[in-house]
Design a protein around this ligand. Sequence first.
Ligand code: OAD
Length: 237
Amino acid sequence: MTGHPTNLFVLTGAGVSAESGLGTFRDRGGIWARFDPMKLATPEAYAADADTVLDFYDHRRRGVVAAEPNAAHRALARAEAWIAARGGRLFLCTQNVDDLHERAGSRAVTHMHGELLKARCCACGSVTPWRADLSRTDRCPACFTLGRMRPDVVWFGEMPMHLDAIEAALAEANLFVAVGTSGAVYPAAGYVRQARALGIPTCEVNLEPSDNAAAFDDARYGPASAVLPRYLAELGL
Ligand code: OAD
């Protein structure tokens, strides 16, 4: 594309947080290579054995709290501010449940798989900021029901969040960039084809070609902390 994008849609995945020390899912030694998602990340698993599911997410939450954003998160925050100052928009859609984009300075982050630093009450549905471990002895701060709090993340078999806003933003974009995502999980994995069908240029930034690599017009390969700032600079951002 010529000139800097005025309406940039960025989709991030676990790869953007990998250099902050948070595990990816499908890489060798990744989270789903070591743990069975059906036993840890489904409503059925929570119903059958809440303690095991909550322990798994407690461990991941502690990792998120201890992690720091890296240069890729910071470059996206700078690009968002730069575009906004010129009347455009960077729509940041992440599959990540960490808060590293926010801590790097991104102002508007759409978490399609929810947020680990929030808890949701299964009884009343209210969502509460939550940094501590979760247990069945916790009460909902809104309705006071005991033992029904869960991480506010999307589990297998559940609908991702904010899909209408995401699709609307995608339709308005003039560049689609996917960063550090395997292209294995839908609906996010389908956005590159949706973008192309709309005539929007697409670029993948990844350590190596993803499952979806053939669907992109353009690509930059290498660690996101090095490659993404360089690519955004190439775009004039
Ligand atoms: P994956 O683990 O499936 O893919 C991570 C991607 O990041 C891979 O394509 C890697 O090549 C790439 N990668 C790894 N390190 C990188 C680095 N330093 N720089 C750039 N790229 C790097 O993670 P996601 O695609 O995010 O959902 O997974 C999508 C969803 O699957 C997750 O949100 C999660 C999982 O099940 C739920 O839990 C609902």
